[in-house]
Design a protein around this ligand. Structure first.
Ligand SMILES: Cc1ncc(COP(=O)(O)O)c(C=O)c1O
Length: 399
């Protein structure tokens, strides 16, 4: 017995935060932490952003929930804004990233079903992927550690090596419905997929009549300096799952689709009680007000460069701690030369929050509103952590 009534599914740090201010989190004891974890890429505009607080409290005073039995004007508006800003024509709102992926998977399967090909239900995915924790999305992610003990893996997912487009082509069969990929792998260790590879996947999908699904749950909503990461490549998907940053901390997600891809999603075939509720929609619209404002994303790109250059200097200075820097925009990874948990602990001791990821990487996911001064402060703390670890290695060697 741990003395807690909660499931023991999370290895939590013994820290409780009382409030947040922009890029800072403050504990119940008044200690301040610089937040480069961002609730795992969720707090796109930092903590307590005045425009989001106003949008949420105004909506909270008016109307919380009505269900999708009725028109929700803010939902219609956010759907139209997302469609206007992207490849998409249609949007389905969800409460989470995993549900957005579930919707994308179902939409792809239904597409082939209504085209007279119910046998086409399989989806090709990539090693290192993370798509969520529902039964279908753990099957899509294909990671044994998330599948073990949960019964038979949901049928219909074929996984190939990361960025192995030849293998993806070989995996296509008459049963294949779609290819699902994160343009930048997040949990997998901040691994951007080369532009050329996404272009080849688009060509493969067009050639074989497959749908291309992007998972931009982590890399979307300005994180890479464009509204969506795939915009850097010129490749557009047929379907896309988003979540995290669009709610800025309010739980929400969405599945975006072209008219053609959404052909099978007719009345009654899919649903949700909470998805698209007025509170979430008010916040989603408020996030877009800020992220789509003139110059905002350009400034994210400028700040990202500042952070990346600073990190590259740290990697040069402390090669025993940081092997290299990877990623794009404000989605950067420190590839560690020692266990990433140790590096994370050293950063934590410097009161800098970051997130470990696969492939021995530490993720830095500051809010898009991070200031130049805060980037400077983070670099100072990362350097401090790396120096402590380097000194410890030297002291050990001298023994
Ligand atoms: C790329 C990606 N897809 C899907 C998910 C699942 O999102 P959620 O935890 O909101 O269900 C995550 C969560 O980390 C993610 O990073």
């Amino acid at each position: 017995m741990s003395g807690s009534a909660l499931y023991e599914t999370f290895a939590r740090a013994p820290l409780a935060f009382d409030r947040g201010e922009g890029t800072w989190l403050v504990t119940d004891k008044g200690e301040r932490y610089l937040d480069f974890a961002g609730g795992i890429a969720v707090n796109s505009l930092g903590h307590s952003h005045p425009h989001l607080v106003a949008a949420l409290t105004e909506q909270a005073a008016k109307l919380w929930h009505v269900s999708n039995l009725y028109e929700i004007p803010e939902q219609r508006r956010l759907g139209e804004r997302l469609a206007d800003a992207t490849f998409a024509d249609k949007v389905f709102f969800t409460n989470s990233g995993a549900e957005a992926l579930e919707c994308a998977i179902k939409t792809a399967r239904r597409y082939h079903f209504v085209k007279g090909h119910p046998e086409r239900f399989r989806i090709i995915t990539f090693e290192g992927a993370f798509h969520g924790r529902t039964l279908a999305t753990i099957a899509a992610g294909g990671q044994y550690k998330y599948l073990e003990g949960f019964g038979p893996k949901v049928e219909g997912f074929d996984q190939v090596a990361f960025d192995d487009i030849d293998a993806a082509e070989k995996a296509i069969t008459p049963e294949t419905a779609a290819i699902l990929i994160e343009p930048v792998q997040g949990e997998g260790g901040i691994r951007p997929v080369p532009t050329q590879s996404l272009k080849r996947l688009r060509q493969l999908c067009d050639k074989h009549g497959l749908l291309l699904i992007f998972d931009e749950v982590q890399c979307g909503i300005g994180r890479t300096g464009k509204l969506f990461a795939h915009e850097w490549t010129g490749v557009t998907p047929d379907l896309m799952a988003i979540a995290k940053g669009i709610g800025g901390g309010f739980p929400m997600g969405a599945c975006l689709a072209t008219d053609e891809a959404a052909t099978g999603m007719t009345a009654g075939v899919h649903g949700t009680t909470f998805g698209g509720n007025p509170l979430a929609m008010a916040v989603g619209n408020a996030v877009l007000d800020v992220v789509l404002a003139d110059g905002f994303l350009e400034d994210v790109q400028r700040k990202a460069l500042l952070l990346k250059q600073g990190l590259a200097a740290v990697a040069d200075e402390f090669p025993d701690v940081v092997e290299g820097i990877r990623g794009t925009g404000l989605m950067l990874g420190l590839k560690c030369a020692m266990p990433n948990t140790k590096v994370n602990m050293a950063l934590h001791d410097q009161h800098l929050l970051a997130v470990p990821a696969g492939d021995n990487v530490i993720r830095l996911l500051p809010p898009l509103t991070v200031t130049d001064e805060e980037i400077g402060e983070a670099l100072k703390r990362i350097r401090g952590g790396a120096k402590g670890l380097t000194d410890a290695i030297a002291a050990e060697a001298a023994k």
